[in-house]
Design a protein around this ligand. Structure first.
Ligand code: TXE
Length: 481
């Protein structure tokens, strides 16, 4: 499949007709190309978006909510294809792509449509005046998204941005263009007005950079690595663009002495290895109370070794390929570092996939890996690996667990496992993070704020926070007679 840009409602080549090969990381095969766009392509997308702005923002929010539902219907009708494309682009298990990526992409549109319909007016009464807060569109907004949950994360931004009356210039990751293209196909089929949604494909420093620098793009919502986020902020902040940055994480899974061990093992495996550990919310550091550490660790290793790893299309596969050979080498270099820093590999660390059909030496497969014995301040335990690797650390007191959990530069998510939810809640409140679960992981209510502290980002998205980010509030204060 040759993926083109989608500008002003039309699929077009990059202006200079350059392309990038698109590789399926599970096979190493080239499965198509995508447009390698540059500044001029972004320029033409921005022009289309600006032209569409007035008519789009003239619709009522409820009319735009209806458009979101139509997009959701269109995606739903092609849900299986969506999952297949996501799995081919990322190497993730098809079953996971169906359950998580495809479902959540549809849900994001439905959620924001419903949220708009239930929204209460923002009115603040004074004794002698009434304040009415209007949420005006920002204008044309830039969305830049990563490869780990391609349409899930793109739609999480597209839906509220459209709802609030903005037009969009978006750049998906160059590693995963297929489902952004499906979204364009759907919007084209349902007749979303031309220019409202524009997608420009290509490399970050070429297309992404042009979006960041464009003076007519007034807000940037970015999800990706912390280093890139730093660059995004440095470029956009002097232009006073609104910025939302959702960056990396090195999240702690804290298992207290009174935790239900079965539940904690199941939760730690899910938190550590969902999507091959390539989710910013993944719990890559497991902190376990010394009194249960040995039992927990041996049960964890047993559960990890029972995971089905291999061909994404196999229905029972739980861990597929990593996003690329390059990324696999990066993850392997961290496993090597873990050994050099004194860690012991309890399981994994190798590429072989036992007993599975499908993976070839060209595929980016790595076995889920558990490392024990590392100092919690080691590089392996504090830097984001973004792969199927967890480290185990022991603690004696709750205070110690809190201190270890807070001892990285990140602060995105985490979980606490305990038989005493009050105790877990107390601890949860003291973790420097944006979101933390008690006795569960990745249990999301889309109305709640999502985002991180410290080097995990700036701002929150979700429910009212997304509507706030993608709008400019205008307060009208009316003096009573
Ligand atoms: O992300 P990048 P990469 C972490 C993870 C991973 C590391 C690097 O640790 O190993 O980041 O991954 C676009 N101007 N996460 O290199 O580069 C890029 O094209 C504008 C965590 O893949 O941050 C892509 O569309 N845009 C993360 C997007 O930024 C630029 C998910 C993200 O890519 C740009 C992914 C530039 N100069 C990786 N350079 C999460 N938080 O979920 C790149 N881009």
């Amino acid at each position: 499949m040759n993926v083109l840009n989608f500008i002003d409602g039309v699929f077009v080549d990059a202006i200079d007709e350059q392309t990038i090969s698109n590789i399926n990381p599970a096979t190493g095969q080239i499965i198509g190309t995508l447009a390698r766009s540059k500044g001029l392509d972004v320029e033409s997308a921005v022009e289309a978006a600006l032209n569409a702005q007035q008519d789009w923002s003239a619709l009522s929010m409820l009319e735009r909510a209806d458009w979101l539902d139509r997009i959701a219907d269109g995606l739903e009708a092609r849900k299986e294809e969506l999952a297949q494309r996501e799995s081919r682009d990322t190497g993730k298990p098809l079953a996971l792509a169906r359950r998580v990526d495809a479902q959540r992409s549809i849900d994001n549109f439905r959620f924001f449509a419903d949220f708009a319909r239930k929204r209460e007016p923002e009115v603040f009464e004074m004794t002698d005046a009434t304040n009415v807060v209007h949420r005006n569109p920002i204008g044309t907004v830039g969305l830049i998204t990563p490869w780990n949950l391609p349409l899930y994360l793109l739609s999480w931004k597209v839906a509220p941005a459209l709802l609030m009356g903005n037009t969009i210039v978006a750049k998906p990751s160059e590693l995963t263009p297929l489902t952004a293209n499906l979204l364009c196909e759907v919007t084209s089929e349902i007749g979303l007005p031309s220019g409202v949604l524009n997608i420009v494909h290509g490399y970050g420093p070429e297309v992404g950079q042009a979006i960041l620098e464009h003076p007519d793009i007034r807000a940037i919502s970015f999800t990706g690595g912390t280093e890139t986020g730093r660059h995004v902020a440095a470029t956009a902040a002097p232009m006073f663009k609104k910025l939302s940055l959702e960056l990396g994480g090195k999240n702690a899974t804290i298992i207290l002495d009174d935790a239900d061990i079965d539940m904690a093992v199941e939760g730690a495996v899910r938190a550590g290895f969902t999507n091959g550990g390539q989710v910013c919310l993944c719990g890559s550091r497991i902190l376990v109370h010394t009194s249960i550490a040995d039992e927990f660790t041996s049960r964890l290793v047993e559960a990890v070794e029972a995971m089905v790893c291999g061909a994404p299309e196999n229905e029972s596969t739980q861990i597929g390929a990593l996003i690329s050979q390059d990324h696999m080498h990066k993850v392997e270099s961290y496993i090597q570092l873990g050994i050099e820093e004194g860690g012991t590999i309890l399981t994994g660390g190798t590429r072989e996939m036992t007993g599975q059909v499908g993976p070839t030496s060209e595929g980016a497969f790595l076995r889920p890996t558990v490392i024990d014995g590392l100092d919690h301040n080691s590089r392996t335990s504090t830097e984001e690996i973004f792969g199927p690797v967890v480290t185990i650390h022991r603690f004696e007191y709750d205070e110690e667990a809190i201190e270890i959990a807070n001892s990285t530069e990140y602060g995105l998510a985490g979980s606490v496992w305990s038989g005493d939810t009050n105790r877990a809640h107390e601890i949860a409140q003291r973790i420097e993070t944006g979101i933390i679960w008690v006795n569960t992981w990745l249990h999301r209510d889309l109305r709640t704020p999502f985002g991180g502290v410290k080097n995990s980002g700036v701002g929150r998205e979700g429910g009212a926070w997304s509507l706030g980010f993608f709008s400019e509030p205008l307060n009208v204060c009316i003096k009573h007679d």
